[in-house]
Write a protein that binds this ligand. Structure first.
Ligand code: ARG
Length: 459
């Protein structure tokens, strides 16, 4: 039965109902709707609006309903109710008859759905934080396991300077740490309870909204009823957090896909996380990482969608806001799933240490070190850069590495170069020099790794 039939003389069109109803997706809010109803019934009792017996009957029936939903989360789908709010009332009516009709006193579906969705968001944001923590742990393990390995670092996808594989992994740890704290920030602003704001103008019953908020685990009641029923900032904020976090994950995936290519061959995918081709017998494809990259696109779309849904809305509630759910539910579960998958797959990724090192030695990645060497001999950096460039040109023409040029050939470009240039051109020397905070010097990265592991233990 509709919750609003009194002023209507005709039944709803079937097509209208199919379009208008939301139970097919908001059934996911059943537990939150029941929790809100229990807290509301408690408030009605304290305000003297219902009797102790009525409150007890409501609470017992709601607790029973919560158990039934736990046993079968899809239970609401067995009915054709308009939404999860009318479903809860219907079930209460089945259990306790007329008392159920008192529950909605002073309450609106507008403040109710706003509170349901906040509770759902808080719970799921915490689940994402757990999954993100797991992903960070897997990256730290990867960094520890491959700490000594050297690989080429790229800019513009051209070999730039050698870096440690662990330095690469720790770069993503930094990004994910920021993502964790971004969710913390979003949770702080989400911590405000709309329930008791009525349809838009505030509830008409004597309700201690602060106590109500605390019963639902919020530290405060929303300050303005118009804002409370209309605010979906937390949906936008969490969608933005997801978009940023998955953009990080997508970049990591792109790196891994390239590193696993035949052309690079730096990393190797385990059979357990690869797929083959139905036609080409030799293929071993990084589908998992491609999906992580692809799902990011879907999530970014959800962020844009919610911003568009909200941007033109006048105060207060408008039915457009029902469109806040499907994309957001998908976004939160996709986000969590992607992080869990990353944590599961990383241990199946191995590093081809020899190939990484050989690649790091190629492409004149030590040209900056040669310039730095010339600087150490008293040449200004700008001139040293020019001279090192000339030597790169010379070596490239001969198809050899810089360190394969003879001393005589090197000295043709600068008489200041002597035998001690050769040890300065090794990968080890180049990396050891980058010992300032944040650089790829093995000692520096070792400290960064230990510090990150120590931080991880505090989570
Ligand atoms: N299903 C609705 C939603 O998700 C619940 C609120 C309905 N409120 C209303 N005034 N029609 O937004």
């Amino acid at each position: 039965m509709a919750m609003w039939g009194g002023r209507f003389q005709e039944a709803s069109l079937e097509e209208f109902r199919a379009f208008n109803d939301s139970l097919s997706f908001d059934y996911l809010l059943a537990q939150q709707d029941i929790a809100c109803s229990r807290a509301w019934a408690g408030g009605l009792l304290e305000g003297g609006i219902i009797t102790a017996d009525e409150a007890k009957a409501l609470d017992r029936a709601l607790a029973e309903l919560a158990d039934e939903v736990t046993a079968n989360p899809q239970l609401p789908l067995a009915t054709s109710e308009e939404d999860i709010h009318s479903w809860v009332e219907l079930k209460l009516g089945d259990k306790i008859g007329v008392i159920a009709k008192k529950l909605h006193t002073g309450r609106s579906r507008n403040d109710l759905v706003a509170t349901d969705l906040r509770l759902w968001s808080r719970l799921n944001a915490q689940l994402v934080q757990q999954a993100l923590t797991g992903a960070i742990g897997a990256l730290l393990n990867f960094a520890r396991l491959h700490h000594g390995a050297v690989m080429p670092g790229f800019t513009h996808l051209q070999r730039a300077q050698p870096v440690l594989v662990s330095h690469w992994a720790l770069a993503y740890v930094e990004m994910f740490r920021r993502d964790l704290s971004r969710i913390d920030d979003a949770l702080k602003r989400l911590d405000s309870c709309p329930l008791g704001s009525g349809a838009l103008a505030g509830t008409g019953v004597a309700m201690d909204r602060q106590a109500l908020a605390q019963r639902l685990g919020f530290s405060q009641a929303a300050r303005n009823s118009l804002d409370a029923v209309s605010d979906r900032d937390y949906v936008v904020e969490l969608s933005a957090c997801a978009s940023i976090c998955l953009t990080h994950l997508s970049r990591l995936s792109e790196d891994v896909i390239f590193f696993c290519s035949g052309e690079a061959g730096f990393f190797k995918l385990g059979d357990a996380i690869s797929s083959g081709s139905s036609l080409m017998p030799q293929k071993k494809n990084p589908d998992v990482f491609e999906l992580l990259r692809g799902k990011t696109g879907r999530v970014l779309g959800h962020l844009v969608a919610i911003l568009h849904i909200l941007k033109g809305l006048p105060l207060a509630y408008n039915k457009d806001m029902q469109e806040d759910k499907q994309g957001f539910f998908d976004l939160m579960s996709t986000w969590q799933q992607c992080l869990l998958v990353l944590a599961t797959c990383l241990p199946h990724l191995s590093v081809n240490v020899d190939r990484c090192r050989k690649a790091a030695e190629l492409g004149y990645s030590n040209a900056t070190d040669l310039a730095d060497y010339l600087v150490s001999k008293g040449i200004a950096f700008r001139d040293a850069h020019e001279l090192s460039g000339e030597l790169v040109l010379k070596a490239a023409a001969k198809q050899v590495a810089l360190e394969q040029l003879s001393l005589a050939e090197l000295q043709e470009v600068s008489a200041l170069i002597s035998e001690d240039v050769y040890p300065a051109l090794t990968i080890e020397a180049g990396m050891a020099k980058r010992s300032a905070l944040g650089g790829t010097c093995p000692v520096q990265v070792g400290q960064a790794l230990s510090a990150a592991e120590a931080w991880f233990e505090t989570l």
